[in-house]
Design a protein around this ligand. Structure first.
Ligand SMILES: [Zn+2]
Length: 314
């Protein structure tokens, strides 16, 4: 009897899959643009998992109303709170309130052994939003860092067409793919910018559609790396892909306001066990508590109480 128990225990231990999470934020893609563009990789993930429209911008007209601006949205994803709490109101990221910790800080504090990664076309995401190395973030350090390429004007000369951002996104995806396959970071964030640049330059246009199609291929590459990892290392990955805002109705070039199209975003994840929240009321701030649950990060009641979002996974 005892022997059986031991055998059963070791069997279940052997079978215990390590849980990992990959967050991908692709900048400024309105839900209608995504839905009307041919995105086979995206569709495959949605079919296996789930897709739904979501929102950014907090409670319209309420105290949590937040501008539909990039860094504001990223930080709502990272902290599970709106701008009235995280205090990032624009891309200058003047005075973030680190009292509302990012997922990365929470992961580092609750399970210090976890490996954290960032792959990003904008360095401020790490240095300002995550606040890497700052006293206020308890000197948070990430383990795998690939960013800051936009400041390397020798390798990526800044051209007016924004081709350099396309090239940086490409490199960021390559680094993410390679690192996922080799090291499988426990929590990582991939941030890609090219779609937003095309939106600002051309609005609703063939150029924007082409950028979304390119993004879809990149999602395909990342997901392939994740699936390989799951197969070879007995891991269970949660992949969440989202955007930070929509765009205006007139031209599709601008964002920042509170129109429905600017506030409407979307979330796709590779898991099908979503709850009611995923179908109604889904918001960018729901990513934080969903990842906490999936990675089994046991945070304090204080942190739990200050979150504006709700879990969308069962
Ligand atoms: Zn943006």
């Amino acid at each position: 009897m005892r022997l059986t128990l031991i055998i059963l225990l070791s069997f279940s231990q052997l079978n215990a899959q390590t849980k990992k999470c990959l967050l991908v934020l692709v900048d400024g893609i309105p839900a209608d643009v995504l839905e009307n563009t041919k995105t086979p990789n995206f569709d495959a993930m949605a079919q296996k998992g789930a897709y739904a429209r979501a929102y950014v911008g907090g409670e319209k007209g309420g105290i949590s109303e937040s501008p539909t601006i990039s860094a504001v949205g990223y930080n709502s994803m990272l902290t599970g709170t709106w701008a009235n709490k995280h205090n990032v109101w624009g891309n200058a990221i003047k005075d973030p309130n680190y009292h509302f910790p990012s997922l990365f800080k929470v992961a580092r504090d609750t399970r210090p052994e976890l490996k954290l990664g960032i792959f990003s076309t904008w360095e401020d995401n790490r240095t300002k939003l995550l606040g890497e190395g700052m006293e206020l973030t308890n000197f948070l350090r990430l383990d795998y860092v690939f960013d800051g390429y936009e400041k390397d004007t020798f390798s990526f000369p800044h051209d007016k067409q924004g081709e350099y951002i396309k090239n940086i996104d490409k490199l960021v995806v390559a680094k993410a793919k390679e690192t996922i396959q080799k090291y499988g970071p426990d929590l990582s964030w991939v941030y890609l910018e090219f779609t937003d640049d095309m939106g600002h330059k051309f609005g609703d246009s063939p150029q924007m559609t082409a950028a979304v199609e390119k993004m879809d291929k990149q999602i395909g590459q990342l997901w392939k790396a994740v699936k390989k990892r799951e197969k070879e290392f007995n891991e269970d990955w949660l992949v969440i892909v989202t955007t930070d805002h929509g765009r205006d109705t007139t031209s599709g070039k601008n964002h920042g306001g509170q129109s429905d199209r600017e506030r409407t975003t979307w979330i796709v994840c590779n898991k099908s066990h979503t709850n009611e929240r995923f179908k109604t009321g889904l918001a960018i701030v729901d990513i934080f508590p969903s990842v906490l649950k999936f990675l089994e990060l046991n945070v304090s009641t204080e942190i739990l109480n200050q979150i504006d979002g709700e879990e969308f996974l069962n």
